[in-house]
Design a protein around this ligand. Structure first.
Ligand code: MN
Length: 265
């Protein structure tokens, strides 16, 4: 079904794990009620199936097809299922690389899996990816340059913690950045974020892995992140929120649509 894009979100949470909350369905309803355009990511392709079912009638929630780099050491065999499901989706994630102390042992295997995923996305075209790059920003960017040029897919770097020079390269490669509240609490990351082009910023929660006022963050909490980002950019919160919405529209525009998805979002 192809229809005109009818949604006009107030807020954007471009990386959240709705299936890791006890009240998954309630949160989908909340995203619709509060008009939060929410990209809920999955950590395995098996999880995508149930997620897609639950979100199938949502106007604001979209589901990304993932295979999380932290699970690659035990779940790399699911790459086959991931590839089978890829033609059904426009959004891909969570995918990427993690060279942190708990996962660097599987780093070589992660690179093999990620390269296959990027190649498959490039072949298919029209995918929008949300990418994890813990302690691996440089390698992620090298692999994007090699396997997935901007003409073949769009990339959002989620919870980006690379250096400023990595960030510059990412901008040159057409990447967007989804920013969460925890990133803005870190001085070094806040400085890097302040130098990013406003036109490449989105917001995220990465819920349930971030918190707000001592409780687990939920998608509508991006309103608070917009407030903090507005301070960083010395703008009004409404103006910043408008810029984020425009960025989402631009990210999603200009690509052919998947036959099973509504045009645009
Ligand atoms: Mn995540």
């Amino acid at each position: 079904m192809i229809a005109a894009n009818a949604i006009s979100p107030r807020w954007v949470d471009f990386h959240c794990h709705l299936d890791l909350y006890p009240n998954h369905e309630e949160l989908i309803a909340q995203c619709d009620k509060e008009e939060v355009a929410t990209l809920t990511v999955t950590t395995t392709p098996k999880a995508w199936i149930r997620n897609a079912e639950l979100a199938s009638r949502s106007r604001y929630v979209r589901v990304a097809l993932g295979l999380h780099p932290q699970l690659v050491s035990t779940r790399s065999a699911e790459l086959l299922l991931w590839k089978e499901l890829l033609p059904l989706v426009r959004y891909v994630g969570e995918v990427g690389l993690d060279a942190g102390p708990l996962y660097y042992r599987s780093f070589e295997l992660q690179k093999v899996v990620f390269a296959e995923q990027l190649r498959a996305c490039a072949d298919a075209g029209d995918k929008v990816l949300t990418i994890h790059s813990v302690r691996a920003a440089g390698t992620v960017l090298e692999m994007l340059e090699e396997y997935l040029l901007p003409s073949r897919g769009r990339v959002v770097l989620h919870w980006f913690t690379g250096s400023y020079s990595d960030a510059r390269l990412a901008v040159d490669l057409g990447c967007y950045f989804s920013i969460n509240a925890d990133m803005l609490r870190n001085e070094r990351h806040r400085v890097t974020i302040s130098k990013l082009p406003l036109s490449r910023l989105l917001t995220e929660t990465d819920g349930p892995f971030t918190s707000l006022g001592g409780r687990t963050a939920v998608p509508r909490d991006v309103a608070t992140t917009v407030q903090s980002l507005a301070e960083v950019f010395k703008m009004g919160a409404d103006e910043l929120a408008e810029a984020i919405r425009a960025n989402l529209a631009r990210l999603l525009a200009g690509l052919d649509t998947c036959p099973t998805h509504v045009a645009g979002y």
